[in-house]
Design a protein around this ligand. Structure first.
Ligand code: C5P
Length: 229
């Protein structure tokens, strides 16, 4: 069964922690992105870990290999369980990041490194060269490279997950944002429902606004989880 990762897309730690307390018994994974991390700092990761959450630190790293390697070491040190980096950084950046992770993890501690393929907010016309290559083809290509270069998984849309599974392996983690329970006019473009994402073979569904902007977030989250069982 796919697991839900709740995106704590808030700009202060008190709101994020209050929210985390409410959903504490519903799920085991939460995501901290740049909006929250920049304001709350590494302590937010420690506090969520003390609440027994696994923390996906979604900083989407992209820089020269030496800088990304340092950033990965820092992310491992602060206790992240899952990290993201852009595939656009290329093979050297990715392999250096994997080495940094391997040096930093302590025994029995697993930190998953994921490659971001193409953001789920992008459709064909949003590509820098929209006439040249198909969005999904680019995602398949980057996912295959992520697998080949030794990453633990990739971030893709539920529209691409099924094919990526056939191109990679059963233990390659497929993490899918762009989950919508009903049609929404927002920045996400390559969207699927929770059921479709699960059916596509996604291991994790990253969900933010359909839950955190709901008038009753706990009920909204429980509703999504019940659709997955
Ligand atoms: O609010 P929404 O459900 O669109 O949130 C999706 C979350 O997933 C956001 O926190 C966003 O940063 C994240 N994400 C994404 N696309 C990626 C990687 C992460 O939307 N490729």
């Amino acid at each position: 069964m796919s697991k839900v990762i709740l995106a704590l897309d808030f700009n202060d730690s008190r709101t994020a922690l209050d929210f985390a307390r409410k959903i504490r018994y519903e799920i085991t994974w939460v995501k901290v992105g740049l909006e929250l991390f920049v304001r709350a700092g590494p302590e937010i990761v420690a506090m969520l870990k003390r609440m027994d959450f696994n923390v996906f630190l979604d900083l989407k790293l992209l820089d020269i290999p030496n800088t990304v390697s340092g950033a990965v070491s820092s992310c491992v040190d602060v206790g992240a369980d899952m990290l993201t980096m852009h595939m656009l950084g290329g093979e050297k950046m990715i392999r250096t990041a994997i080495n940094a992770r391997d040096r930093g993890v302590r025994a029995n501690n697993k930190v998953l490194l994921l490659g971001v393929t193409l953001l789920t907010s992008m459709e064909q016309k949003d590509l820098p060269w929209p006439d040249q290559r198909n969005t999904h083809e680019i995602v398949y290509d980057l996912a295959q490279k992520a697998h080949g270069w030794g990453l633990d998984g990739c971030v893709c849309s539920g529209l691409e997950a099924k094919k990526i599974r056939t191109m990679t392996s059963d233990d390659f983690y497929l993490v899918t944002p762009g989950i919508r329970t009903q049609p929404a006019e927002d920045d996400q473009k390559r969207v699927v429902t929770p059921e479709q994402a699960q059916k596509s073979g996604a291991d994790f569904l990253v969900i933010g606004r359909p839950v955190i902007q709901s008038p009753d977030p706990v009920k909204a989250l429980q509703g999504i989880i019940s659709r997955l069982t």
